[in-house]
Design a protein around this ligand. Structure first.
Ligand code: ASP
Length: 436
């Protein structure tokens, strides 16, 4: 078939038993060639993630306080993994070395990356694979963005026979210092490795059976999504559907390398395949929503005839350094939807500035808004989708505060009161789950 890159998440590698399962998965296909591990994650809900402990270790040590507690927990965790796997690896010397560097750097990046580094060493040993340190081959530029020459340099290093293990989550800056991706960023490393090696598939092994049509915490037993496009997934992740780090789509998207989300603890489940294009079975593939939005409404008669009106509005937001999400408009109204954490306490000040700049008293700040995205490639040219959606919301007694639909015709966004969020998602799900 061609090479496969497999990324395994922290819960897939939480202890020796998990790593044995991972080895079985890797060995079950000769195409699984590039392995990208996370640091050991939680074994049970009250457990600690190794990455969190490493960051804690760094911050305590930097303050000149006693960091022996996190160090001890980390040491014992890795010792027990090495013992369970019965491999020859001097894990104590490795951890001593990390301890010696705990206060060397101002930022936590180096320490945070050591979970992946050590787990990578262990897994490489257990799988008899070549260990490749991404600190030398995944390169960031001066501004902290991935340097595109990474793909060639890493791709060359990953030539040859046998298995390769490339720890996730980090690379290095031009001065050689270690830099991590954002939290959950081993997914991004997996995508970079898949592209650099021209893999035919990027398997992302996690602890769920894939994406669901709606959040299982809101809709009991929702339908699984077996296939979804990169773009559909982007729309859903934007509204909080997180199984995969949203930045991890980009390296593979350009080359059309599919991403397969699979469950390490249930490998025979079909999972979710993320592809460039698909033939949709029904109009809607997923529904996701979240609270935490505010809306600024501006009303002014004949605003549509006033040249530069939108520019004035956006210049105010720019002055307050606030990013906005959506801007639905009517002939005499314009609304701007902003995330609360972006708006902070600036809302009333922005309202006053808008009143002056736009020369109208009718500017209102509305808080407590939730946004819901109903997403699906199959909506395009499918008559009656909006009618069904709004009928479902009306029947559920939901007052729709705002509507926005992108020109791509694959996402209808509605804003509702936060208290109506779950009810709305359930109503939309029921309306579309069996509609083909
Ligand atoms: N270990 C890192 C974290 O906890 C990266 C990852 O697991 O993807 O964020």
């Amino acid at each position: 078939m061609g090479a496969i890159t497999c990324k395994f998440g922290g819960t897939s590698l939480a202890d020796g038993e998990c790593i044995k399962k991972v080895a079985d998965i890797v060995h079950s296909s000769p195409d699984r060639k590039y392995i990208v591990p996370s640091a050991p994650g939680k074994r049970h809900p009250n457990d600690k993630k190794i990455t969190d402990l490493l960051i804690l270790w760094h911050s305590i040590a930097k303050e000149g306080l006693d960091s022996s507690e996190p160090e001890k927990i980390i040491r014992e965790r890795f010792r027990s993994i090495v013992a369970e796997l019965k491999i020859e690896l001097d894990i104590d010397s490795e951890i001593d070395e990390i301890a010696n560097s705990a206060t060397l750097y101002e930022t936590p990046d180096f320490m945070a990356s050591r979970g992946e580094y050590l787990n990578g060493k262990i897994i490489a040993k257990y799988l008899n694979a070549t260990f490749i340190d991404p600190g030398k081959y995944i390169l960031f530029d001066e501004t902290g963005n991935l340097d595109p020459k990474t793909y060639n340099i890493l791709g060359e290093k990953l030539q040859g026979s046998g298995l390769f293990v490339v720890p996730g989550f980090y690379g290095s800056m031009p001065d050689g210092s270690i830099k991590t991706f954002p939290r959950g960023g081993s997914d991004i490393t997996g995508s970079i490795v898949a592209r650099a090696t021209k893999s035919v598939l990027y398997e992302n092994w996690t602890d769920v059976d894939g994406f669901c049509m709606a959040d299982p915490k809101i809709v009991p037993n929702p339908k699984k999504i077996e296939e979804i496009t990169y773009q559909e997934l982007r729309e859903l992740s934007y509204m909080g559907a997180t199984v995969l780090h949203d930045e991890s789509i980009f390296p593979v998207m350009e080359f059309g390398i599919p991403i397969h989300i699979k469950n390490t603890h249930n490998p025979s489940a079909p999972g979710t395949l993320i592809v460039k294009n698909r033939v949709p079975k029904g109009p809607v593939c997923g529904i996701a929503g979240m609270g935490g939005f505010s809306m600024i409404n501006i009303e002014k008669t004949f605003m549509n005839k006033e040249r530069g009106f939108g520019l004035k509005v956006l210049s105010v937001l720019d002055e307050y350094d606030v990013r906005w999400e959506h801007m639905p408009t009517g002939i005499d109204t314009l609304s701007i939807i902003i995330r609360n954490n972006e708006l902070g306490s600036k809302g009333p000040l922005i309202v006053e500035s808008l009143k002056k700049r736009c020369d109208t008293q009718d500017v209102y700040l509305i808080r407590g808004l939730a946004m819901i995205a109903t997403v699906g490639l199959g909506m395009n040219h499918h008559i009656g989708v909006a009618a069904r959606l709004f009928t479902a919301l009306a029947n559920a007694g939901v007052n729709v505060r705002v509507i926005d639909q992108g020109s791509s015709e694959m996402n209808i966004l509605v804003g509702v009161e936060e208290s109506d969020l779950e009810k709305s998602i359930r109503a939309i799900y029921e309306a579309f789950v069996d509609w083909e």
